[in-house]
Design a protein around this ligand. Structure first.
Ligand code: ADP
Ligand code: MG
Length: 469
């Protein structure tokens, strides 16, 4: 038996720490992610230097281990410093656990204006064919930039006119955390809004599989097929999870064909393009690639910055530009991580009621921004500084003395002195053969100016952080 806090009774004394870990993870990953993957996670206990976390299925266990294993280890270590490892197990009796959640830092994104609670499952009109759609994942909140503009345009197009030839199926693919699910939900919301008569079935491939297996066991596969084939739009998220599940894949293929033939829209997401998905049959591959295939590319600095700006604006919080710039520079893996980092600093600012300066952020996110003792080259410094002040790299070596280039050059010299072990004459040589006294002058001038000029001081500190990490 489980207690209602999601832990076996003997783990009771670990409860407060575990509740904190869950709350922290929840505010980092966001509500929908948390509900889909982490809510059923149970701390079974601590065995020696190992925390044992259980999940109700092998699938979930693998997912949580692969996606959150590292974070969970860091977070549990923060609570129990003696821990070295986390082990993930499958526990059958954890299946139905629904732990009441500890209070969490408010999620950043506001619920939609229509007042639907942010995480409330959404039933009707599609009944249980519809997995809950996250109200925060709409076109309104989707920030468009170079890496996702094509996928976004295709998604919009499909939402406005489902089943347009040439756009069916819509196959969205890209790495983890780049916005596939967000776009899928946006399409589903938009179809509901513009075409209220159409039935939309959105579900993860995992859910599709469970339902199909359930139907097989219950002997009502016919009903399952009929229901599926009666929808106007079928959306399957994370299709890669169907691969290798032969029966389910076969069923999906038949449903897919039946729907396309009946002029219904299919939208699929996966982590790879149809051509690169291994282990699927050629006829399915051909079918999947037969409409429009759109790729969500890795993010760029510009997109990351716009997303951060949009999120803080939507949340109505104030975070300095410099802080956002630092995050956009450093957290380049994917948008989910970026959101997680932002959630964390906002939660932190609220709890401790202190402003988010570059220093506090660096501290709060130290595990994410992990400062590798990186060797910085003078060239790196020159390039970064030139970029920052929007001057040309050649101005670092030129004889021009106009303030708008001379000051950045001095900043670069100052940083070269601070961040490298080069001597003054050596630095001078690398800045267009200048004398070591010029470098010395630059260092003392910048030091002096920074004392009064807050903007300059912040610029220098930002540049330093970016170069160092
Ligand atoms: P995927 O399904 O590709 O793994 P998600 O759609 O779950 O990624 O996106 C991860 C997180 O990043 C979500 O919280 C999502 O809202 C957010 N996100 C992704 N792309 C964008 C974007 N272009 N604009 C705003 N938020 C985004
Ligand atoms: Mg997804």
């Amino acid at each position: 038996m489980m207690s209602d806090s999601g832990q076996p009774p003997d783990a009771g004394k670990l409860a407060p720490q575990w509740a904190r870990v869950r709350a922290r993870l929840r505010s980092e990953v966001g509500e929908s992610e948390y509900r889909s993957w982490l809510r059923q996670m149970v701390l079974q206990g601590i065995e020696g230097d190992m925390a044992v976390i259980a999940l109700p299925s092998r699938f979930r266990r693998d997912w949580v281990r692969d996606h959150y294993g590292d974070r969970l280890r860091t977070m549990t270590q923060a609570e129990w410093p003696a821990l070295k490892r986390v082990e993930f197990r499958v526990a059958v009796d954890a299946t139905e656990v629904e732990a009441p959640e500890p209070a969490l830092a408010e999620s950043l994104a506001p619920a939609r204006a229509n007042g639907r609670a942010a995480a409330a499952p959404n039933h009707a009109p599609d009944g249980d064919w519809m997995a809950p759609l996250d109200p925060r994942h709409s076109f309104d909140s989707f920030v468009v930039g170079k890496p996702n503009e094509f996928a976004h345009a295709c998604a919009r197009r499909v939402a406005e006119k489902p089943a347009t030839p040439g756009f069916n199926p819509l196959f969205l693919y890209g790495g983890v955390g780049l916005g596939k699910t967000h776009l899928m939900h946006s399409v589903a919301w938009e179809i509901r809004r513009c075409h209220p008569g159409k039935t939309v079935a959105y579900m993860s491939a995992e859910k599709f599989m469970y339902r199909f297996i359930g139907a097989l066991r219950g002997g009502n596969t016919l009903e399952f097929k009929d229901q599926l084939r009666s929808v106007d739009v079928l959306m399957i998220d994370d299709l890669q999870f169907l691969i290798g599940k032969d029966n389910t894949q076969e069923e999906f293929f038949h449903t897919f064909n039946a729907l396309v033939e009946a002029g219904k829209q299919i939208v699929v997401s996966a982590d790879k393009s149809p051509n690169d998905l291994s282990g699927i049959e050629d006829r399915l591959r051909t079918r999947l690639g037969g409409g429009i295939v759109a790729d969500l590319h890795a993010t760029t600095y510009e997109l990351r910055l716009s997303i951060l700006q949009a999120k803080v604006a939507a949340a109505g919080v104030v975070v300095q530009d410099k802080v956002l710039e630092l995050l956009a520079h450093k957290i380049a893996s994917n948008i989910r991580d970026l959101e997680g980092a932002l959630n964390r600093i906002v939660a932190h600012a609220k709890i401790f009621n202190r402003p988010m300066t570059l220093d506090t952020v660096t501290e709060v996110l130290s595990d994410l921004l992990r400062t590798h003792e990186k060797r910085v080259s003078i060239e790196d410094i020159q390039r970064r500084v030139a970029e920052h002040y929007a001057i040309r790299m050649t101005d670092m070596f030129s004889a021009r003395r106009a303030r708008n280039v001379a000051r950045p050059r001095q900043v670069a010299m100052y940083l070269a002195k601070q961040l490298t072990s080069r001597s003054l004459p050596e630095i001078g040589r690398r800045f267009g053969n200048r004398d070591h006294t010029t470098v010395m002058h630059a260092v003392s001038r910048i030091t002096e100016l920074m004392a009064d000029d807050r903007i300059l001081a912040e610029d220098v500190s930002l540049l330093k952080k970016m170069l160092e990490t």
